[in-house]
Design a protein around this ligand. Structure first.
Ligand SMILES: CC(C)(COP(=O)(O)OP(=O)(O)OC[C@H]1O[C@@H](n2cnc3c(N)ncnc32)[C@H](O)[C@@H]1OP(=O)(O)O)[C@@H](O)C(=O)NCCC(=O)NCCS
Length: 185
């Protein structure tokens, strides 16, 4: 994700998280730490060459994800896929890239928060080996919705494990999968 992607990512963010969408400033602040030798963030966009360009002139952004590393602990900060592209394996591809970032940043664990009522996202995380470790009461405001905290411990085998988690039909030639969609930082 680059600064010129922010406006189109924001449009997607507001559609996916109508109650607690990030502001432009939050994305700007994260991207400030995403480049250079001391980077601690990795922010990705997924671009479908067949999707129409965004209203703000970027290529057709159909997903995004962000990751932060602090003292060996990683955090999946955000992940989202355009509704028309959900269920095609793109969320799994994005999550796999974020976990690769954790390895690059030499993290020994990855944490994330997910709404307790977001079963689909929880299933995705479980597929990658994340396990529930607790709750944060009222984490999502203003709705006062609890967060489930999930953790993935990282080992040398994690990359191989996550490859198996990308989806039930991801290697089928006939599926309407996300294979034409490119993910980049
Ligand atoms: C959570 C989210 C990122 C998942 O993205 P996604 O692209 O739908 O994820 P995937 O396609 O990899 O997996 C979703 C489902 O599609 C299935 N699937 C994946 N590829 C498939 C394919 N080619 N054919 C059929 N089904 C497929 C997966 O098995 C999975 O099934 P399940 O929900 O029954 O477990 C997406 O739903 C989203 O953006 N939600 C709104 C924002 C959000 O909640 N973000 C998480 C905040 S913590």
């Amino acid at each position: 994700m680059r600064w010129w992607d922010i406006d189109d990512v924001l449009a997607l963010e507001r559609a996916l998280f109508p109650d607690d969408a990030w502001s432009a400033g939050m994305f700007w602040s994260e991207l400030a730490h995403a480049r250079g030798p001391y980077a601690t963030r990795r922010y990705l966009v997924a671009v479908d060459p067949e999707a129409p360009p965004g209203a703000h002139g970027t290529d057709g952004i159909v997903g995004y994800g962000g990751f932060a590393a602090v003292d060996g602990t990683g955090d999946v900060q955000t992940i989202g896929v355009l509704p028309s592209h959900q269920g095609t394996g793109l969320g799994a591809r994005l999550l796999g890239e974020l976990i690769s970032a954790a390895t690059d940043f030499e993290c020994h664990e990855v944490l994330l928060e997910v709404r307790v009522d977001n079963a689909r996202a929880q299933r995705l995380y479980e597929r990658f080996g994340f396990a529930p470790i607790g709750f944060r009461r009222g984490y999502y405001q203003p709705g006062n919705v609890d967060a489930l905290v999930m953790r993935l411990g990282l080992t040398a085998d994690t990359t191989a494990d996550t490859t198996a988690a990308t989806g039930p039909t991801s290697d089928s030639a006939s599926d309407p999968s996300s294979q034409g969609t490119q993910i980049h930082g």
